[in-house]
Design a protein around this ligand. Structure first.
Ligand SMILES: [Zn+2]
Length: 300
């Protein structure tokens, strides 16, 4: 017993000695990482490959070609149709406060950009903004993004990181699941490709709608992806869930996602996929030119 407590005491020591803002401890392997190195490695642990959450601004810079990002609809703001309050705090004030901290545009940022020289309509859930929850503004911005994609015949790409629908907007936020899915089906009718990239975490109403409807569904390693949380499911079905349940790799094994792609090769993978879709629409260029991406699934 004495040995045990002494070991515990030692294990706690490094925590205290890590100064904030310079060093960070890996959540998975506990290695102490120099923050500058972590940023340079796209917020992926150099020791175990754990993917830290990446701020949206940094992710946009990582994905789109430098200087090509033209953002749309950043001025859109949430209304407060229900006059919602939590602990006497008004929903409108909550949105205002978050906008001040995170920046305008609610929990979704969409723009036109090039990726590997190919023009596309790209959108990113902003997890920093109220857990990336999908309310009316997010739904509207995704819909407009898809409409622009159809109008200009540009592929649409969506990066999801969300806790689900925004409960402060009640049924109006649930309606966004139908609205975005309908907009997505118009993309399909227009034969415009749609790539969904699932980040940690993609859950609730976002997972149950637009995020899982990609022609190609890519996930970052070890991302939590699912509708309800594992504890709720276990309590409902009264069974223990298998290890790794609702993680990217498990979903890949069970055919729910097409690829699990580590962040350092994500942009290259998107470029290859976009080229594949481009050639796929032109039968003459389809054969013999895309040998490196034959493992990608066929579109409809
Ligand atoms: Zn690590």
């Amino acid at each position: 017993m004495a040995w045990w407590s002494r070991t515990q005491g030692l294990a706690e020591q490094p925590k205290k000695s890590v100064p904030k803002g310079i060093w960070t401890k890996c959540e998975r392997c506990s290695t102490t990482l120099y923050e500058e190195d972590l940023d340079a490695n796209l917020k992926v642990c150099t020791s175990c490959g754990h993917h830290f959450r990446m701020p949206t601004e940094q992710r946009i810079a990582m994905i789109v070609d430098p200087g090509s990002w033209q953002e749309h609809d950043r001025q859109l703001e949430s209304g407060d149709p229900l006059g919602f309050r939590v602990d006497a705090k008004k929903y409108v004030d909550q949105v205002k406060g978050t906008t001040k901290k995170v920046g305008p545009g609610d929990a979704y940022r969409a723009g036109t950009a090039t990726i590997g020289g190919i023009s596309c309509e790209v959108g990113f859930f902003v997890f920093e903004f109220m857990g990336g929850s999908m309310g009316s503004v997010v739904g509207e911005k995704i819909t407009r993004q898809f409409e622009r994609a159809i109008a200009h015949k540009r592929p649409a790409i969506l990066f999801s990181a969300s806790g689900g629908a925004r409960m402060q907007e009640g049924v109006l936020s649930l309606m966004q699941m139908a609205k975005t899915s309908a907009a997505r089906s118009r993309l399909r009718e227009a034969r415009v490709p749609y790539i969904a990239v699932l980040l940690h975490p993609t859950t609730g109403g976002v997972a149950a709608s637009v995020a899982m409807l990609g022609d190609l569904i890519i996930a970052e390693p070890d991302a939590l992806i699912g509708f309800a949380g594992p504890r709720v499911i276990e309590q409902t079905i009264r069974q223990q869930l298998p290890p790794g349940f609702q993680r990217s790799e498990f979903l890949l094994d069970h055919g729910m996602v097409d690829m699990v792609v580590p962040r350092p090769v994500l942009k290259k993978t998107l470029e290859r996929s976009l080229r594949w879709f481009e050639h796929g629409r032109d039968p003459e260029r389809r054969t013999g030119t895309v040998g490196d991406v034959v493992d990608l699934p066929e579109t409809d």
